[in-house]
Design a protein around this ligand. Structure first.
Ligand code: BG6
Ligand code: MG
Length: 211
């Protein structure tokens, strides 16, 4: 493996919390009478909570004050957290678990690079609270993907340069962030179809064959 460090996005890569984000936003949008569907939801991948709300509000027929927006984001997050509390170690797939352990056995340092402010809660539910060598998340950044800040901080926390780290992403915004930071990337799902992705993958386990 040519990479000394691997930086994983969380939602849609390590676990499948995307469906919970969708359900929670959908509940908020329905309450407000705002049209929201899975296609709009795809644009929210990797994007921060408030930036996600702005995308949803493109379909609103009235303007909301900053205070109202804060309240809507708060309510969405309360709904989302209730769904997260039902997650258990069973929600971590055997493939992800085995691949992480295999990469670590090869000597790679492993980090999380996620826009989510719920990262530590989610890792705790999955039984990964103390697993990673570094965690860079929504609580230590001011600019969301496609800005590279979250990955640059992760590399810094690992004590590595971007060129020594591989970023693993499922979102186009995340691949753009990796490129902007000088990282090579491995992509799943829509990220694998994206021309800027260095290593398109069909499944998470393909990571052991990269580099
Ligand atoms: C990203 C998700 O990981 O985190 C986005 O892909 C989400 O959909 C973002 O909006 C922020 O998450 P949170 O948990 O801080 O609302
Ligand atoms: Mg993601």
């Amino acid at each position: 493996m040519k990479f000394k460090g691997i930086i994983f996005d969380l939602d849609g890569v390590i676990c499948f919390t995307d469906k919970y984000h969708y359900q929670a936003w959908k509940q908020m949008a329905d309450k407000e009478g705002i049209y929201f569907d899975e296609i709009i939801n795809n644009r929210l991948r990797g994007v921060s909570r408030m930036a996600s709300l702005e995308i949803i509000l493109e379909r609103a027929d009235k303007a909301y004050t900053e205070e109202e927006k804060e309240q809507m984001a708060y309510e969405k997050n309360e709904t989302y957290k209730k769904l997260l509390y039902n997650m258990t170690t069973q929600d971590l797939s055997q493939e992800v678990k085995d691949t992480l352990n295999a990469l670590r056995a090869k000597g790679c340092k492993l980090a999380i690079g996620s826009s989510s402010r719920n990262t530590k809660l989610i890792l705790g539910q999955l039984g990964l609270a103390d697993y990673f060598d570094a965690i860079s998340d929504g609580t230590n950044i001011t600019r969301s993907k496609p800005d590279p800040e979250v990955f640059l901080k992760a590399a810094d926390f690992l004590g590595l340069q971007p060129e020594d780290c591989l970023v693993v992403e499922d979102a186009v915004a995340g691949i753009d962030a990796a490129c902007a930071g000088g990282f090579e990337s491995a992509g799943l799902g829509e990220a694998a179809e994206y021309e800027k992705c260095t290593y398109p993958m069909r499944s998470f386990g393909d990571l052991v064959n990269i580099g």
